[in-house]
Design a protein around this ligand. Structure first.
Ligand code: UTP
Length: 293
């Protein structure tokens, strides 16, 4: 597997007004935009052909991964090699391609836009606003399960039952001990009382290209959007080449940078772990969190 699709064309309404003129994927997690962590994760998993699905107001994404000659010359002239390296790093990470979604008609619609680029091979999807801790990679294991089963694979995370209505939810079939976890059904954002499990689908997928045929036939679902979850539900219950959906349970740290609280947790966690910001932030937090009287 060489190709990754990163959908980043959503409107980011949960982060308004910050996202009125700026993509939510450009919100910084300390000093790097969230989207750079996602591209770095793809590259670490060997996915060096990356197609990003963008839309209006998303030019900053392309600019961030492009060269910036004037800035580079200025930093070189000053002899500021550390900053120069940081500026150059994002423009040499991967072979990046961009496609516009047109109208943001849902995640399934965004993925379908990548059909011509991906062709007839399995590919990964990494949501541009979903951040997975760099120590907790999951894509390699998902690629292994895809190779083993020939189907499609989703990353699952256990969540508190009351949180399941924010996610797609997986209904797991009984499986052999140690064997791949087969999914027999997926429901998009169910009410907790109707959820088949507390296993939430998070923003990493390894998909068989048959998903494109299914997406072409998938009518708008929840919210009037073409849902990737609905297409996966069809694949889960179909037969033949490329059918079947499997889950890999992710137990590491993951943040939804499109959600305010989760974004703040991502920033704090990364900042606390870094040598340049960690000690100062920890000291300050102690003061803020310690009652004074
Ligand atoms: P979200 O539902 O989290 O994104 O989609 P959103 O619509 O931007 O968020 P809110 O609810 O308005 O704040 C998950 C991922 O799918 C992409 C988003 O960019 C995000 O990475 N997406 C969603 C698209 O690329 N196109 C769409 O039409 C919808």
């Amino acid at each position: 597997m060489r190709k990754a699709v990163i959908p980043a064309a959503g409107l980011g309404t949960r982060f308004l007004p910050a996202t009125k003129a700026m993509p939510k994927e450009m919100l910084p997690v300390v000093d790097k935009p969230a989207i750079q962590y996602v591209v770095e994760e793809a590259v670490r998993a060997g996915l060096t052909d990356v197609v990003m699905i963008t839309g209006r107001n998303k030019r900053a994404l392309e600019d961030h991964f492009d060269r910036e000659p004037f800035l580079e010359q200025t930093l070189a002239a000053k002899g500021d090699h550390a900053k120069l390296a940081a500026v150059q790093e994002s423009s040499s990470l991967a072979d990046l391609h961009y496609l516009r979604q047109g109208d943001p008609k849902g995640l399934g619609h965004a993925v379908l836009r990548a059909r011509a680029h991906v062709g007839d091979e399995p590919f990964a999807v990494l949501l541009g606003d979903d951040l997975i801790d760099e120590h907790d990679g999951v894509l390699e294991e998902m690629a292994r399960i895809q190779d083993l089963t020939g189907g499609s694979v989703v990353a699952l995370m256990e969540v508190e039952p009351e949180q399941i209505s924010s996610y797609g939810c997986a209904d797991i079939a009984a499986s052999e001990v140690g064997g791949p976890l087969r999914i027999r059904g997926l429901v998009e954002k169910p009410e907790p009382s109707r959820a088949p499990s507390n296993l939430a689908v998070i923003g990493r997928y390894v998909l068989h290209p048959r998903v494109f045929d299914v997406l072409e036939q998938t009518p708008p679902g929840r919210g009037g959007e073409i849902q990737l979850t609905d297409a996966l539900q069809t694949l889960a219950v179909s037969e033949g080449e490329g059918s079947g959906v499997y889950g890999v349970i992710f137990r590491g740290r993951r943040y939804d940078t499109g959600d305010k609280l989760s974004y703040l947790k991502a920033v704090m966690t990364v900042a606390l772990e870094r040598d340049d910001t960690g000690p100062g932030l920890r000291e300050w937090l102690k003061g803020v969190l310690t009652p004074t009287n």
